[in-house]
Design a protein around this ligand. Structure first.
Ligand code: WTA
Length: 718
């Protein structure tokens, strides 16, 4: 059933599309030629005389656009019969129904057939200068062995496998192995705590987990397997944990654990020798060593066949769940499906970054976030690119790390977060200038607004003023980039700090407070999407009602992003920030309610309110107001430490409050609702902007909060 090169169906479909659609062309030969060079499948679309017309058609006749793109860019085992079947008012989103395909075939086999020696992954390990390259052939082999291993251990189509690993080749192979056998994956960021991991495993109903013995980041070892062990105490349904070896340090294995390390034969033999000596020398530790020997040399993966029959998946079968924060305490498992997601990740990767065959694409995001899914793994691999897996931090071992990597790996597109740019800017230009960055063609930014100073520095210093900077706006929910300065005409202007232009098929609108569409320019409102697109999330795992309530209820008939935006006189979009109680700390999204939930679990705490405030490097910092129960007598410093520890332990370190202000009471409305708007203004020291306080139950509470805030700031300064 799978075509030998994995591509025949594509060529059949696309040449068919070209032949039939070419007869409708009403465009001049020259522009047709330009469009054909820009996007081959678009040359056959009616009335497309240039890039602007193509963008218009992608919205006005989105079915023709997406059908042509899907036929051309994906390899199908059965073609789709219906391009889309969507009803935003009911949260119903279906693309390419009837179509059957396998995502791992699209990301691997078809490239292996044409160019098996092309490098798929460059693993930029934490240890500088020790990068490792994996060809498409090697990645396919790793994926197949892993797919067979999972199958042999009973993982079936439709199951959900949780992956708790740092950014490394085996993590990518794990994602693709799930895709190969039809299981969904649920990657949990390896910085999340045991509690956060357990909550996600339980909600996803995973019975299989894949992890590593230890992680290494910024020169520090993290005990990932131990964290999994702790999480397992509250995950009774997990039957098996596969453990890979990132370091040489053995970890305690339980009956549930299966060693799967991908170490080279030679290295394994060395380990075996050492351990056999130990066995011979000290009979007393025979038992222990035998166990360890089994773990080290079993090589579950090496036992497996290198051929793994790909599952034939429907377009709308689940590809993965990815948990993200919303405005209530419980993280939501957003669901992405096969064909639409992959197509959208691939198309945006190709056009926003102007990726061309042979380029080395360097997205430094962790695979635990959507950016890692779409622009480290799926988008680049679907396009046959060489993609970088960055395991380290921007300042390890020094602030030249990124640019040293750009020089060493000859990176052509660099995609990072504003928080890292702001941090590096403070270390000075010399760390950038030390390295040759002449390979760079496009610079990207994602995850939070990029302020003008950081944008200018990125453009002028990192890109030597010659690389376009694309500020890309999107979300876990959107699957891929929705608004970015490119693609556009090559010399079209780029305004610093603005995402600017909607991508193909994206139709943004701004809403006023009455829920009416704002039609004029130079205006701000709630950012919504008026049309579905293939990359959007399909539901929230096990909670479709929450999906509808969050995204489709606020503005019926539209997808609500949760962000506010400004549309300039020229029609360019600029994101102004979240409209809900979600904050963005170092590009990591976190619901303030999630932090409050943890703080409120402390027996001394009566209630709390968490808000974000502007932080010069992290973008936003976490500021917690805490009211203690009556009669509690504790040292505030001790309690602060305890609360910080609780948040790190229950969520992750990055969510831990930068400031904790103890207060006698919080400003509330007469109906008892905490007025967070007022708290936000206080922490931003914007007392002029406190606004209407007439609904406050007791205005004196605000004065107390202001005084407490000033006291905390001056204590912090001294
Ligand atoms: C914010 C990350 C301003 C926004 C890909 C969004 C941005 C949330 C930008 C999604 C940008 C992302 N400018 N804000 N270029 N990109 N955001 O789900 O508030 O982790 O709603 O996806 O990050 O965060 P998420």
């Amino acid at each position: 059933m799978w075509l030998p090169c994995g591509c025949t169906s594509k060529y059949v479909a696309s040449s068919f599309a070209r032949r039939t659609l070419a007869s409708y062309l009403h465009v001049s030969g020259r522009s047709r030629c330009n469009v054909a060079a820009f996007m081959p499948e678009a040359a056959g679309l009616e009335g497309v005389s240039g890039r602007a017309a193509l963008r218009e058609l992608s919205v006005s006749n989105s079915e023709s656009f997406w059908a042509a793109v899907a036929r051309h860019r994906l390899c199908w085992s059965t073609p789709f019969h219906t391009v889309q079947d969507c009803d935003l008012s009911r949260g119903k989103i279906k693309w390419f129904e009837g179509g059957k395909l396998n995502v791992s075939v699209n990301c691997l086999d078809r490239h292996v057939h044409t160019c098996p020696e092309r490098v798929a992954l460059i693993w930029e390990r934490d240890e500088r200068g020790s990068e490792m390259k994996y060809t498409y052939g090697e990645l396919l082999e790793m994926t197949c062995r892993l797919g067979n291993l999972l199958r042999r251990h009973g993982v079936k189509r439709g199951d959900c496998v949780t992956i708790y690993m740092p950014t490394c080749p085996l993590a990518v192979a794990s994602m693709l192995a799930c895709a190969r056998i039809g299981a969904a994956h649920n990657v949990v960021f390896a910085g999340f705590s045991a509690d956060a991991l357990a909550e996600r495993i339980r909600d996803a109903q995973s019975s299989t987990v894949i992890t590593v013995n230890q992680g290494v980041r910024g020169g520090k070892v993290t005990e990932l397997k131990k964290t999994v062990d702790t999480a397992m105490q509250s995950c009774p349904t997990v039957k098996q944990v596969f453990v890979a070896m990132r370091t040489d340090n053995p970890v305690t294995m339980t009956a549930r654990d299966i060693a799967m390390e991908e170490v080279r034969e030679q290295k394994a033999n060395q380990i075996l020798e050492i351990q056999i000596q130990a066995v011979e020398g000290e009979f007393g530790i025979f038992e222990q060593i035998t166990k360890r020997r089994k773990i080290t040399v079993t090589h579950e993966m090496l036992k497996e066949d290198v051929v793994c029959e790909p599952a034939v998946m429907n377009s709308e079968d689940v590809l993965f769940l990815l948990y993200t924060s919303g405005s209530t305490g419980k993280p939501k498992g957003l669901v992405h499906t096969q064909a639409g997601y992959l197509l959208y990740a691939a198309l945006t990767h190709r056009y926003v970054f102007s990726y061309h065959d042979g380029d080395v694409f360097g997205c430094v995001a962790d695979i635990g976030w959507i950016t890692g899914h779409s622009y480290v793994v799926y988008g680049p691999l679907a396009n046959g690119a060489t993609t970088v897996l960055f395991e380290s931090t921007p300042i390890y071992p020094d602030p030249g790390r990124y640019w040293d990597m750009v020089e060493r790996l000859k990176i052509n597109q660099f995609y990072g977060a504003p928080t890292a740019i702001r941090l590096l800017l403070k270390y000075g230009d010399q760390w950038v200038n030390k390295y040759d960055r002449s390979t760079l063609k496009t610079l990207g930014s994602v995850g939070e607004p990029i302020n003008t100073e950081a944008w200018e520095w990125y453009h002028r210093v990192v890109g030597d003023g010659r690389c376009p900077v694309v500020d890309t706006w999107w979300q876990t929910e959107t699957g891929g980039i929705c608004i970015a300065p490119r693609p556009s005409d090559p010399d079209a202007e780029i305004v610093p700090g603005m995402a600017m232009r909607p991508f193909f098929g994206i139709n943004p609108v701004l809403m006023d407070t009455e829920g009416e569409v704002l039609t004029s320019n130079n205006t701000s409102g709630a950012l919504c999407m008026a049309q579905p697109w293939p990359g959007m999330a399909r539901t929230i795992h096990n909670n479709h009602q929450r999906f509808i309530d969050t995204y489709f209820q606020p503005y019926p008939g539209y997808f609500f992003t949760g962000d506010g935006a400004y549309r300039s006189e020229e029609g360019y979009y600029q994101i102004t920030g979240r409209l809900d109680d979600v904050i963005n700390v170092s590009g990591h999204r976190i619901g303030t309610a999630e932090i409050e939930d943890v703080v409120n679990q402390c027996p001394a705490v009566a209630e709390s309110a968490v808000v974000g405030y502007t932080h010069s490097i992290k973008g936003q910092g976490v500021y917690a107001f805490v009211v203690l129960k009556k009669g509690i007598d504790v040292q505030e410093a001790d309690l602060s430490r305890q609360l910080n520890g609780m948040v790190s332990e229950k969520i992750a370190k990055y969510a831990s409050p930068d400031f904790i202000q103890f207060a006698k009471r919080l400003p509330k409305t007469r109906s008892g609702k905490i007025m967070r708007r007022v708290l936000r203004k206080v922490v931003e020291s914007d007392l002029e902007g406190l606004g209407d306080l007439s609904t406050l139950d007791d205005p004196a509470a605000v004065q107390e909060i202001i005084q407490g805030h000033e006291k905390l700031l001056s204590k912090n300064r001294s």
